[in-house]
Design a protein around this ligand. Sequence first.
Ligand code: FRU
Length: 485
Amino acid sequence: MNWTIEQRYQRIDDMPNGYFKDLIEQRKKDNFYPSFHIAPPCGLLNDPNGLSQFNGEHHIFYQWFPIGPTHGLKHWYHVSTKDFVHYTDHGVALYPDSDYDSHGVYSGGGLVDNQELLLFFTGNKRDKDWVREPTQCYASMNKQGEFTKHGVIVENSDYTEHFRDPKVWKEGDTYYMVVAAQTQELHGSMVLYRTKELSSWEHLGPIKTDYDQLGFMWECPDYFELDGKSIMLFSPQGVESDNPYEYKNIFSVSYILGDSLNKDKPELVNHKAITQPDFGFDFYAPQTYLDEQGRRIMYAWIGLPEIDTPSVDYQWTGLLTIPRELNVIDDMLIQTPLAELKALRKEKLAARGETLLPSSSFELKFEADSNFSLELSNEKGDTLIFEMNETEFKLDRSNNTHIYAEEYGLVRLAPRLDRTQNIQVFVDNSVLEIFINNGKHTMTSRFFIQDMNKLSLSASIDANLYPLDSIVGLHTNTELNLANR
Ligand code: FRU
């Protein structure tokens, strides 16, 4: 379906009775819908937003367009969990109901401060000539789960109309904010602001690195310190590479690891070369937060701007990765599935050679020190293949039942760094998250094999297979949860 601007900017309240029930019922018929990933009730999910642990729970918000599986007027949807198995579906948290966010409550981060959860976001506004006037805004959530929008706190003085996605942290009594901004020279940048009062912020300018000319926009910036290092994580647009591994998707994700951030004259000091956290087909807009145990947890959107997936036929698209704990080892960002996810494991099965799958949602673990291949397939012979040779890993979805985004290629490669490989794979109907070498590399992708029922492993591999339970509390309602109206 081709969506007109009018259709993309319709409001929830204007939709006829039964409209959302119908969408949700169509979505429920989709066998490719995930069971242990956070996915939207209907419509389009994009970036994770406002991640935080507050009042005993982890809060996960996401960008959401309810009316159909396309980009339009964005809301913040809200779910929470104590244990990453049982969830509460809170419905819509933030509506685009103010003048400053009339064209969408866009992405941003969360910060627990003075017994409240502060939610920073971009007010996306367009004027009558459709010119965008973005501002950085915030809302708060109290312990009762009530939201208050506080309005605009940062206006755009120095950048083009691409100025969005605030991420805020606090050191002592000083707040810092990074914002994604396109410079007047039309390059991407991560811009730093500082304040002691949320209402007025000092503009410190783009954080200097060796990559000041890279791409035309850096979306969804995140800055954090971890294991003694300073990390800039962002989603650059307009970057290409001759290297066989990097920048193969329409837009990619990068990080730059440095020794420290000079906040007075913004610069990432003594940094390494830019690199990618993920080498799969569908990974974008990651965001991190620090939980009460001191873990740095990351979620990303399994999806990409401007790419339609086959899920749109069932009135939904986009989902979040499983939560991943981050660490820095040997100057690399290491990603580990959050330990709590082990609670989803059912019995442990041995997988060798060919195995009939007991479930299409499972986890697989094995070690390998020579070439191997892992194939998921159906009776018709449609496949997804993940394999390793002497130098690299290859993920091949060219023989899937449903193929999409083929203009960006049907194969992704990742470099092989070590001799012995420790591989952990999470499969959830149409989603695959591969952790290579305890998370030195990951490959995250959608894939579509109708009635997938078989796993084939090379003879050298002895794997453990755990069928995984569904997460509980999401994906079940047949009515839309229009809370906080
Ligand atoms: C990234 C992004 C953000 C923006 C949001 C709008 O996917 O384009 O830059 O805030 O999505 O939904």
